[in-house]
Design a protein around this ligand. Structure first.
Ligand code: MG
Length: 340
């Protein structure tokens, strides 16, 4: 405490004098489902950032696939390093636009908490298996994680703005804050560029394969491209009530994204192991649907409200690639008799 004000109140006041009028001010948060006594030091958004960093789902991101399944090479991205790159890019943009960097960071660190093992292959198979239950999407699952599954089933009790940004981080989403839009752009800027880098490392692409128009407009290296995209976004969004890019940069960015879908995400050699990942998720799903009683209590407590298929999907979606493989081996692969 300095005079009668808390450290937090000083931070809240400095937000009012420094941030853009279009920023989300932490003192104006719409709050949490269960109100908390204010922290003397941290604003509500800093608190959410910390809650996310300390949760188990965040630590599990280190063993979840980004594009390359359970990569042996240490230099490939995982869901965790992807999340850190998104956070870094999003914070740079937010600081440039004088938006709320703490809110941006909290949304970015939480945006992929609901990702399944085996990347989009795991998501696609759970979506099929839950077709009659409204399907499965990783952004909606991130919300289930922070609202229902984390913290022994009590949820993380995050502010509305952070939950909204997590729910709407996909390209088609319409977040309630500009910070939410920043994370949505930062997600795309991060994954398209780092997946190019990983695909080159894996020998699936070489930089000469990338569309020439994209290289000419966005840059020839990983760093140049990220720089161009961020600068363009800053120039066209500064002190504006919306986040946008120039038409020509956005066009080349979309060309690059389409190129990655055609050559890496949907057709590349990285897909080779995906069918095995899908099969494994399907087998685990069938097994636990017949043995729901084996699920941990924080999943079982939602059985009555959400039904067996949804809680089994919750359990499997929380698994890392490595854990899912070891459960599968335990359940379905015969073991050698260890004593002579
Ligand atoms: Mg992401």
């Amino acid at each position: 405490m300095i005079d009668s004000k808390s450290f937090r109140q000083y931070v809240e006041e400095s937000e009012r004098s420094v941030l853009s009028p279009y920023a989300a001010f932490s003192a104006d948060t719409k709050g949490r489902e269960r109100p908390l006594t204010p922290c003397p030091v941290r604003t509500e958004y800093i608190r959410d950032r910390d809650k996310i960093i300390h949760c188990k789902s965040f630590r599990r991101l280190k063993h979840k696939t980004q594009v390359f399944l359970s990569p042996i090479g240490d230099h490939y991205r995982t869901r965790l390093t992807h999340t850190l790159e998104v956070s870094q890019i999003a914070r740079t943009i937010s600081r440039g636009l004088r938006l709320n960097e703490d809110l941006t960071e909290a949304i970015a660190l939480g945006h992929d908490l609901g990702h399944t093992p085996f990347g989009h292959a795991g998501e696609a198979v759970l979506d099929e298996l839950l077709r009659d239950e409204g399907g499965f999407e990783h952004n909606e699952q991130s919300i289930r994680v922070v609202e229902k599954l984390e913290n022994d089933g009590k949820g993380l009790n995050l502010t509305l703005e952070v939950r909204d940004g997590i729910r709407h981080h996909k390209k088609s989403g319409t977040p309630m804050t500009l910070e939410g839009y920043v994370v949505s752009y930062a997600d795309r800027i991060a994954y398209i560029n780092h997946d190019i880098d990983d695909a080159i490392r894996a020998g699936i692409l070489s930089s000469e394969d990338l569309p020439k128009s994209c290289l000419d407009r966005l840059g020839h290296s990983h760093g140049e491209r990220i720089n161009t995209l961020i600068l363009d976004l800053l120039e066209h969004s500064f002190m504006q009530p919306r986040i946008t890019m120039s038409e020509d940069v956005l066009e080349q960015f979309n060309v690059l994204r389409d190129f990655m879908f055609e050559n890496v995400y949907l057709n590349g050699k990285a897909k080779g192991e995906e069918d095995k990942g899908k099969h494994l998720v399907e087998q685990l799903f069938g097994y636990y649907l017949n043995h729901v009683e084996l699920l941990p209590p924080e999943f079982l407590m939602n059985l009555e409200a959400d039904g067996a298929k949804r809680v089994v999907a919750d359990y499997i979606a929380c698994m890392t690639d490595t854990y899912a493989i070891s459960v599968f081996e335990k359940l379905f692969v015969p073991r050698e008799w260890s004593s002579l």
